[in-house]
Each structure stands twice: as structure tokens, then as C-alpha cells.
Design a protein around this ligand. Structure first.
Ligand SMILES: Nc1ncnc2c1ncn2[C@@H]1O[C@H](COP(=O)(O)OP(=O)(O)OP(=O)(O)O)[C@@H](O)[C@H]1O
Length: 227
């Protein structure tokens, strides 16, 4: 079906780590993320969240299994095709903002659009709109160092959405913030995503935040289990 934004089927991944030997992180993980759906990914530290998100976002490849984005099976596709799909269809948010320090908030959101062929005028308009939607329009001309942690993370959300991806992948997006800020910033992310048709897979340790998503999946023993 076409309304599946991301489909992971039978993913397995083993790291050949020196001692004590191999670590099998994924053992047949399956996931179907429908358009517009928000799903929490809950897992203890070391269970393989980052591995799963990297494979889903085409930053890494599984040993077996398939990744489909927007109905396109990415198995065996070359680097150029994978990079192009990642740029157009996937947005990432990490625990740390990873904004470019020498550029303003607005520029951090316009740059990925310009790289995708959007005009400067359109890119700036979209950046302003996104900043407004997460409540930091007044920080558009600030560099990251002149913003609070919560503001930096809000800008990082806008950057992830700059090129209108199909899928947002977030790895502990508010894990660096104090609990009260984390709560507000997470709410801003959910607001930003809702109603856009964007699908989001958001890893979090925080069960209260996870409960705000449409569904919750647990990564357990290398498989994804519906909670
Ligand atoms: N490149 C690698 N080489 C060897 N082992 C690795 C590699 N990357 C991850 N691992 C191991 O695979 C397991 C899963 O790692 P991963 O980073 O996916 O976990 P995680 O659930 O994201 O953990 P955390 O919440 O602590 O970030 C861990 O035991 C880790 O040590």
C-alpha cells in the first residue's frame, strides 16, 4: 500500500566487535509506519535503537532484511540513490542539535533547502514559518551559541523538516534537556509533526512522552514488539 511511509522487514544486524565477540543487535525487526503516524520507540540503553534508526534512515545497511521508503525498496541500491532518497525523504533529529555554529537559526534551515534546489526566497519563507510554529521566530537571526538548549533543539526540528521529508527519525530528541524543558520541547515537536502527513519514529526513554504518540514499540531481543 502506498500510504506506508517506512517499511522495515526482517532486519538483522550483527556487529563483529573484537572481544567478547559478535553482538547480534537486530534479529528480524519489522515495522510499518503509515503516513501521518507518530510512533515511539522504547528500548533500554544498548538494545539497538540507534542501529535501527541508522538503518531506517539509510545511514547503515542491515545484514538481511529490507528497508522501503515511500514504497521504494532500497535493498542493493547504490550510494548515490540512497543519499538522494535520504536527502529528500528522511529528516533526522539527534539528542544534540548538530546545528552549524557559524550560521544563524534561519540559515541552518535554509541551507539544506538551497542544496535541494529551492529558491532563496522560498527557503527563507519556509524557515520563518517553521520557526514560528515551534515558537522561536524571534531567534531567527541568532547563532546556536546564543540560544538555550531548548531553542537549539526546536531549530534542529525545523531543519529536519526543511525539505518536507516523508519520515522523521528522532533519537532521544529531548534527552539533553531538563525535564520541564524536555516536556515543552517534545510537545513542540509533536505539534510540528501533527497534521502534516509526516510519519515520525521517535526513540525515547521517557514513557510519559512515549504515551503521547499514536503507538509505542519496544525493541526487545532484537525485535520490535507492539506495546
Ligand atoms: N560499530 C559498532 N561495532 C561494534 N558494536 C557496536 C557498534 N555499534 C553499536 N554496537 C553495539 O551494539 C549494541 C547496540 O548499540 P546501539 O547504539 O544501537 O544501542 P542504543 O539502543 O542506541 O543504545 P543507547 O541508548 O545507549 O544509545 C551495543 O551493545 C553496542 O555496543
Amino acid at each position: 500500500m502506498n500510504d506506508v511511509s517506512l517499511r522495515l522487514s526482517g532486519l538483522s544486524k550483527t556487529y563483529l566487535a573484537g572481544t567478547p565477540g559478535e553482538v547480534q543487535v537486530l534479529r528480524g525487526a519489522d515495522l510499518e509506519l503509515r503516513a501521518g503516524e507518530t510512533v515511539a520507540l522504547v528500548a533500554p540503553s544498548g538494545a539497538g535503537k540507534s542501529t535501527l534508526l541508522h538503518i531506517a534512515g539509510l545511514l547503515d545497511t542491515p545484514d538481511t532484511g529490507t528497508v522501503e521508503i515511500g514504497g521504494q525498496d532500497m535493498t542493493g541500491k547504490g550510494d548515490r540513490r540512497r543519499t538522494a532518497t535520504r536527502r529528500s525523504d528522511v529528516g533526522f533529529v539527534y539528542q544534540f542539535h548538530h546545528l552549524l555554529p557559524e550560521f544563524t537559526a534561519l540559515e541552518n534551515i535554509t541551507l539544506p533547502q538551497l542544496a535541494n534546489g529551492v529558491t532563496e526566497r522560498e527557503a527563507r519563507a519556509r524557515a520563518q514559518d517553521l520557526l514560528g510554529r515551534v515558537g522561536v521566530a524571534n531567534r531567527a537571526d541568532h547563532r546556536p551559541a546564543a540560544m538555550s538548549g531548548g531553542e537549539q533543539q526546536r531549530v534542529a526540528f525545523c531543519r529536519a523538516l526543511a525539505n518536507k521529508p516523508r519520515v522523521l527519525l528522532a533519537d532521544e530528541p529531548t534527552g539533553n534537556l531538563d525535564p520541564a524543558t524536555s516536556d515543552q520541547v517534545f510537545a513542540a515537536l509533536v505539534d510540528l509533526v501533527s497534521g502534516t502527513g509526516l510519519s515520525a519514529l521517535i526513540a525515547t526513554h521517557n514513557m510519559e512522552l512515549a504515551a503521547r504518540m499514536d503507538r509505542m514499540l519496544r525493541l526487545d531481543g532484537g525485535m520490535l514488539i507492539e506495546d
